[in-house]
Design a protein around this ligand. Structure first.
Ligand SMILES: Cc1cc2nc3c(=O)[nH]c(=O)nc-3n(C[C@H](O)[C@H](O)[C@H](O)COP(=O)(O)OP(=O)(O)OC[C@H]3O[C@@H](n4cnc5c(N)ncnc54)[C@H](O)[C@@H]3O)c2cc1C
Ligand code: FES
Length: 304
């Protein structure tokens, strides 16, 4: 079992969790993720490790509630526990000295981009960060982003905070005015696709983190297959970060939408039975806690 020691909302539907997972806390690198299963009847979902504290033995995850499992996750509080956390998985971000880099975070992509932005900053790069959201209330982690960025630009669709416009409007300006050598964009697929098209004419190295559907996270099931260049790749072991100019975003969008009807039904069922679902999760946690001999059995380090 993995105990939650802190849980707090960062914005509407977005919650941050600090979870005891000492081996993962020691091994994880920026850009890596874990696969989480809340209870024995739950599905596996991938979540990026936003940060870790090896001394305390904790990792931090940020969860945006968009479907059944993430909605159930966000019902949990400090003192609750989850069944399995497997990782760290995926290749760490490639941290080099590029010079000037632009990091773009859209929605929960801000939490996913944050550890890599920090590593790029620590490596001596000038980090210009663009945060995008539909409206002010949906922006998350602004203060943390500002701490790891040389300059931060906020873009909102409705102009309620920062500048009115899209992240690509600001990116176009920065690319024209500054010696940008690398761009990292993490967020919704249409945003990452638009960023790729913005930097393609100038052939600026552009990296995106792909949120393809994952099951095992170890290259075994084929669920996360993506097309990059003319080759197929598994986002879980070959990524999740890829050269944006080579990603087939059309196929990614199509594959991510494959289970939309079933996902919608699962959300409807969850909303109808929310209290029972949460109670089942909590009672499963209590039962497992009573079985002391299983303590820690779910933590696996897949990559050292
Ligand atoms: C490497 C990686 C890192 C991620 N990091 C984060 C993170 O830090 N925070 C965060 O909030 N979200 C993250 N995600 C997305 C998160 O995994 C999905 O939002 C979650 O799986 C949705 O599950 P659900 O049951 O709540 O929603 P569902 O209703 O099942 O699905 C909603 C949508 O989420 C996507 N999705 C569904 N199942 C999966 C799955 N098993 N794997 C990936 N995507 C899926 C699909 O596009 C689907 O349309 C990450 C995804 C990947 C691949
Ligand atoms: S998640 Fe199964 S192969 Fe990548």
């Amino acid at each position: 079992m993995f105990a939650i020691v802190d849980a707090r909302f960062l914005g509407p539907g977005v919650k941050q969790f600090e979870i005891v997972a000492p081996r993962i806390a020691k091994a994880q690198r920026p850009g890596q993720f874990v696969i989480v299963r809340l209870h024995d009847r739950g599905e596996r979902i991938p979540l990026t490790v936003k940060g870790s504290d090896p001394q305390k033995g904790t990792i931090t995850l940020v969860v945006q509630a968009i479907g059944k499992t993430t909605m159930l996750f966000n019902e949990l509080e400090a003192g609750d526990a989850i069944l399995d956390v497997v990782g760290p998985l995926g290749k760490p971000s490639d941290i080099e000295q590029y010079g000037t880099v632009v990091v773009i975070g859209g929605g929960v992509g801000t939490a996913i981009a944050l550890p890599t932005a920090k590593a790029l900053h620590d490596a001596g790069n000038t980090v210009l960060t663009i945060l995008g959201a539909r409206t002010k209330d949906l922006l998350i982690l602004e203060d943390e982003v500002r701490r790891v960025s040389d300059e931060t630009f906020i873009m909102t669709d409705d102009g309620s905070y920062g500048e009115k416009g899209l992240v690509t409007d600001k990116l176009r300006q920065l690319v024209a005015d500054r010696p940008v050598k690398m761009v990292l964009a993490i967020g919704p697929i249409p945003m990452m696709r638009a960023v790729a098209e913005t930097t393609r004419p100038g052939a600026i190295k552009t990296v995106v983190s792909l949120n393809s559907i994952m099951v095992d996270g170890t290259g075994m099931c084929g669920g996360c297959r993506v097309i990059v260049g003319d080759k197929s790749a598994f986002a879980c072991v070959d990524g999740p970060e890829f050269d944006a100019h080579n990603v087939d975003f059309g196929i990614l969008t199509q594959r991510n939408g494959m289970y939309r009807e079933k996902e919608k039904q699962a959300v409807d069922r969850f909303k109808e039975h929310r209290e029972e679902e949460v109670e089942y999760l909590r009672s499963a946690c209590r039962m497992r806690e009573a079985e002391k001999e299983f303590e820690g059995a779910g933590e696996h380090v897949a990559y050292a």
